[in-house]
Design a binder for this molecule. Structure first.
Ligand SMILES: NC(=O)c1ccc[n+]([C@@H]2O[C@H](COP(=O)([O-])OP(=O)(O)OC[C@H]3O[C@@H](n4cnc5c(N)ncnc54)[C@H](O)[C@@H]3O)[C@@H](O)[C@H]2O)c1
Length: 255
């Protein structure tokens, strides 16, 4: 299959939901072999079957990407089934909303594990094969929350600030081995995560009305718009784009 990712093998964490799903679909259409790593409770299996039936090549490996053993085993399986991974999209993540002074240590550990430690575990497992294959592209889903604080989101913002810097530091350490690493920083997206975040913020008194959202970013971002930005960074069109933070926020952070 020809396309902008022809010949590439893409591993997408959280690839069965939200923007991860949009990226799985787009990357498969653009010719990549796609490995979806997502939770056992996700729709990953059905999605991989559908993408294959549509003429692409995809597999699903049920994985909690915050668990080191599961990540090691999943990456090995992907390499055996599809070949060396040349595109890694570290997308899986979740939210915590609540007053900072009520944040428990277990909330901190859980969010940092799912949002940050997962990037460390998956990237560490994937890079040796990617380097041996001659190089590749790492994408890390950060957020506007990596640079903008929101009340009730100290923990989430901290985790996204770490993702933001993780992408940048990897780019510097691995540039000489032909690895590009970039962060994607979306604004509010119309996914399960985005809608839940808005609801939770409202429950905690940070009431973001539709008018406010309109003022900040015009409208909710569509998951496909994040996937298209990811496609650019994953593809050879971005051959000299390394260590960048690509904001997909319709000017939210520019204002
Ligand atoms: N939705 C937004 O408004 C928004 C904005 C900026 C950044 N983001 C970032 O995008 C990412 C996901 O957002 P989305 O909107 O696509 O969300 P989503 O909730 O629709 O999808 C997230 C996917 O990740 C999977 N996942 C969660 N924990 C996992 C784990 N431990 N192991 C494996 N898979 C796991 C879920 O099952 C789901 O399929 C997060 O990193 C989030 O911080 C979202």
């Amino acid at each position: 299959m020809m396309g902008r990712l022809a010949g590439k093998v893409a591993l997408i964490t959280g690839g069965a939901g939200g923007c991860g799903l949009a990226a799985s679909e787009l990357f498969a259409r653009e010719g990549a072999k796609v490995a979806i790593l997502d939770l056992p409770s996700s729709d990953g299996s059905r999605i991989a079957e559908r993408l294959t039936a549509e003429g692409g090549s995809a597999c699903f490996i049920a994985t909690d990407v915050s668990n080191a053993d599961q990540v090691q085993s999943a990456v090995k399986q992907v390499e055996q089934r599809l070949g060396a991974i040349t595109v890694l999209m570290n997308h899986a993540g979740t939210i915590h909303v609540g007053p900072f002074l009520e944040t428990r240590e277990e909330d901190w550990d859980r969010l940092m594990s799912i949002n940050v430690k997962s990037m460390f575990l998956v990237t560490r497992a994937v890079l040796p094969g990617m380097i041996a294959a001659g190089g590749g592209s790492v994408l890390c889903t950060s957020s506007i929350s990596g640079v903008v604080g929101t009340p009730m989101e100290v923990l989430y913002c901290t985790s996204k600030g770490a993702c933001h810097m993780f992408a940048r530091a990897i780019s510097v350490e691995f540039r000489d081995r032909h690895i590009r690493s970039n962060a994607i920083c979306p604004g509010f997206i119309g996914t399960a995560h985005g809608r839940r975040e808005l609801e939770l913020l409202r429950e905690h008194g940070t009431h973001i009305t539709d008018d406010m959202l309109q003022g900040m970013q015009g409208r909710l971002c569509d998951p496909a718009e994040v996937a298209k930005a990811a496609l650019f960074l994953a593809s050879d069109d971005a051959s000299f784009v390394n260590g960048a933070h690509l904001f997909v926020d319709n000017g939210y952070t520019a204002a």
